[in-house]
Design a protein. Structure first.
Lengths: 115, 109
């Protein structure tokens, strides 16, 4: 695709429900990154993928958070049993490769509100 | 542990008043230092990549420079449309792309 696409753009969910956030990276980009951005805060690193593998999951805030990537393309970030502190914008980015470290391009984010 | 610290947190300038934003970093094996611009409600927009000390990049009123410990984003004669949050990020041997907290710039006409 022309750019990184994230869906949904907005999600309101009840506390305790599970949510899935989707990221479609730029075609041909093997590296994919997930971030969380709370209101007025910086970007908090969550996880990155090189291909379909996630070498480092230490940024995930708790075991309620998980992510997967298939076909070196679409990635899904799942939050189970959502809590109010999970409310934030979740941003996805992709780049050609991780080790070469070309620039990463971001989607517009998914704004998650837990009520 | 890789770390990025940006200063100041906020900066207010009059149109035409030049200034600089600072990004201090520590990293194991720098593979790239990146500058992004973020407008409210949008994802970060890529501006520059710097790879080695002494490197400089320019784009319109912006110039990014890099030393072994810091990067600066110089803004020359800013305009109100330059108002945004500017983010610094780096990538090292871990493969992670780590961001600073950002500098929110407001340029008044």
């Amino acid at each position: 695709g022309a750019g990184v696409s994230q869906s949904p753009s907005n999600k309101v969910t009840e506390k305790g429900k599970d949510v899935e956030l989707r990221c479609d990276p730029i075609s041909g980009h093997t590296a994919l990154y997930w971030y969380r951005q709370r209101l007025g805060q910086g970007l908090e690193f969550l996880i990155y993928f090189q291909g379909n593998s996630a070498p480092d999951k230490s940024g995930l805030p708790s075991d309620r958070f998980s992510a997967e990537r298939t076909g070196e393309s679409v990635s899904t970030l799942t939050i189970q049993r959502t809590q109010q502190e999970d409310s934030a914008v979740y941003l996805c980015a992709s780049s050609l490769e991780v080790l070469v470290n070309t620039e990463a391009f971001f989607g517009q984010g998914t704004r998650l509100t837990v009520v | 542990e890789d770390q990025v610290t940006q200063s100041p947190e906020a900066l207010r300038l009059q149109e035409g008043e030049s200034s600089s934003l600072n990004c201090s970093y520590t990293v194991s094996g720098l593979r790239g230092l990146f500058w992004y611009r973020q407008d409210p409600g949008k994802g970060p927009e890529f501006l520059f990549t710097l790879y080695s000390a002494g490197e400089e990049k320019e784009k319109e009123r912006l110039k990014a420079t890099l030393t072994k410990k810091e990067s600066f984003l110089h803004i020359t004669a800013p305009k109100p449309e330059d108002s945004a949050t500017y983010l610094c990020a780096l990538s090292g041997n871990t493969g992670k792309l780590i961001f600073g907290q950002g500098t929110t710039l407001q340029v008044k006409p």
